[in-house]
Design a protein around this ligand. Sequence first.
Ligand code: SF4
Length: 291
Amino acid sequence: MKVYLANEVGFCFGVKRAINMTRQALAEHNHVFILGDVVHNKTVTSELEARGLVKMDDIDGVRGGTMVIRAHGLPGAQIQEAEERGLSIVDATCPIVAQAQQAARELEERGCQVVIIGDKDHAEIKGIMGALKRPALVVDSIEELRQAKLDKILLRKVGVIFQTTHSFQLCQQIVNELIMMAKEVQVINTICRPVRNRQMDAVELASRVDVMIVVGSHSSANTLELKHLCQRYNPRTIHIENADELDLSQFEGVEAAGLASGLSTPPDLVEQVRARLIAWDQQRRELVNSE
Ligand code: SF4
């Protein structure tokens, strides 16, 4: 069995940057905390918590310390509250997420109703919505968009941005539908280029192997998106968080396996999956040869 790695695996630059900034804050300050997770990956968050990072749900009652802003950003009101309380702030918001927030503000200033294509419960979307003066409409499907039109909450002049990790294909479909509904549609493409490159690369790999493996947290939006995309091109796509979750019986008779990862997956985890597959294949061949 051959195991092919996607061109890029492991952390993207935004995640690497956020982890490094958090490690540095932990090395330099005593009480360091974060609202939510730095990134959506248990291995990473456990490592940082072991170094002293405290995860909190809100800053009620917090009197001092250093607050790290996660890679997906935070709503402006929460940042302002932290500043008013005199907390030191380490802003680890990914610059691409910050650009998406800026794009939404720009569309709002141009007088558009801001429409965000993405998952309304995702931290990044909450951060973008919190950067605006007026409520944005968040949709994740054509059905949700049609419902907004029926509910008469879709205005005539709209400005669209995308969740940075969203599927470009889905965003295109929703924009096509929107063009038929609104009088004026302005679009700023805020999809993160590293995400897009990884998606295209993984899809290409998935379509030429027998089994495709996507490594990443079950709660990571970009990993789930990668899995769904790969599944379209290869129904034998498996999503695992680490090497322990590999069910090796699924690889009997497989000649080529592909391996890709989400952008918040530590590179070591991908390497462990590859090593386990190769070791299993070798053992199996030795067994066959000895018979
Ligand atoms: S996936 Fe893109 S937007 Fe998200 S943290 Fe990485 S580089 Fe930034």
